[in-house]
Design a protein around this ligand. Structure first.
Ligand SMILES: O=C(O)CCC(=O)C(=O)O
Ligand SMILES: [Fe+2]
Length: 393
């Protein structure tokens, strides 16, 4: 497992384009892994923020052998390997405060339930950080398309919470309508089973909001006309790329196990920055009555962290970490990623160029100029920006 078997490269001088979602159609977005290169994915889908399906990505996965028996889940095998682990489980029928109730369960208890469902509960084991619990057990390989992943690179290097999950759910289990954390990308691969996804191009979700701006837990296709959405079936072995800001809801059409990651890289980091900046505007509006007090900016950042999952300082910390690491890689430091890939020089430069672009946007934001929000990071920010400007001048 320690051998690098693929170096990812992108076109030189490529730019993130203006997005246009109008021409996308499902039938032109399904590929076989064998004749779908990293560059095809990069140019036609990731850069353009458009979804796609790649078939047969689990052929070389260890878990595709160990967790599956015929077309079924290998219940006993999973209990044997992970029975005593604890995982979060959502109760799909128990809705409180517009969300499914969640609790922790022992994996053997959950699999016993799944093997022979005798009650009418629908329990969905989700967001299980299994990879983090067994870091040396490479039960799956990140498909090469999804290997440029700053979010998990940062988490792994800094021993922080990662965004790599396993999902196990019976037929009928579901995930409510949502947009992914930080407005990141996600990818999902079915180890066994079938999912039905409903995806909305960014902006379409506005048509589903109530007068207070809240989204429903589930979109019911028959109720509304005049809304653009796509239904996508994900079969066993299929990878689905979910672009940034595309709201989605997911149904398991049979007993299903999937692996997924949330991820950010040079292609969507500007979207993430804009989502963060927009979230700040929303927070500022929410506590408008405190505007003008000395505590206001810091208070807003605190609320931002709890609502959005990060504040300006944590975003800048993340960005500076990747920038400084890429600068050392430019000088010859290891460019290995997920053990089996290596970042080509073109990707390193593309990363740095887009980090500079976002740093320039941050630099122009009032928070940077007026307040002390980035106090501890401000000098480092200026130093790194200066270095990048020299490279790209
Ligand atoms: O598979 C699911 O139930 C949800 C997955 C999801 O929302 C995602 O991968 O972004
Ligand atoms: Fe999602």
């Amino acid at each position: 497992m320690s051998k690098i078997h693929y170096e990812i490269q992108c076109p030189l001088d490529v730019e993130v384009p203006e997005y246009d979602y109008s021409a996308w159609s499902c039938d032109k977005a399904v590929f076989q892994q064998e004749n779908f290169e990293f560059l095809d994915f990069f140019n036609d889908f990731m850069l353009k923020n458009l979804p796609c399906i790649i078939k047969n990505v689990t052929d070389s996965w260890k878990c595709a052998q160990e967790w599956v028996k015929g077309a079924q889940i290998n219940y006993d095998g999973i209990i044997e390997q992970y029975g005593d682990f604890i995982a979060p489980v959502a109760d799909c029928k128990n809705i409180q405060f517009n969300a499914q109730c969640k609790s922790d369960m022992k994996v053997y208890e959950y699999i016993d339930y799944l093997k022979n469902i005798t009650d009418n509960r629908i329990l969905y084991l989700k967001d299980w950080h299994l990879r983090r619990s067994v870091p040396n057990d490479y039960f799956y390989e990140v498909p090469k398309y999804f290997s440029s992943d700053w979010l998990n690179e940062f988490a792994i290097d800094n021993n922080e919470d990662d965004f790599m999950f396993v999902y196990i759910g019976p037929k009928g289990s579901w995930t409510p309508l949502h947009e992914d954390v930080y407005c990141s990308y996600s990818w999902s691969v079915n180890v066994v089973g079938r999912k039905k996804w409903i995806l909305f191009p960014p902006g379409e979700e506005d048509k589903l909001k109530d007068p207070l701006g809240n989204l429903p837990l589930l979109f019911e296709p028959d109720k509304l006309q005049n809304i653009t959405y796509f239904e996508i079936i994900q079969e066993k072995g299929d990878a689905l790329f979910v672009p940034s800001g595309w709201h989605h809801q997911v149904f398991n059409e049979s007993h299903t196990i999937s692996v997924n990651h949330n991820w950010i890289n040079a292609c969507n980091v500007e979207i993430v920055w804009k989502a963060l900046a927009h979230s700040l505007v929303v927070v500022e509006r929410q506590i408008e009555e405190c505007k003008g007090t000395p505590e206001f900016p810091a208070e807003c950042q605190l609320i931002l962290k709890s609502h959005f999952g990060m504040d300006f300082e944590s975003f800048v910390t993340f960005l500076l970490y990747i920038a400084k690491k890429r600068l050392t890689q430019l000088q010859g430091n290891s460019r290995e990623i997920f053990k089996i890939y290596s970042l080509g020089m073109s990707i390193i430069k593309f990363d740095l160029k887009n980090i500079l672009k976002v740093m320039n946007l941050i630099y122009q934001h009032p928070i940077f100029l007026e307040n002390n929000i980035l106090s501890s990071k401000e000098d480092e920010f200026k130093q790194v920006r200066k270095e990048l400007k020299v490279i790209f001048s």
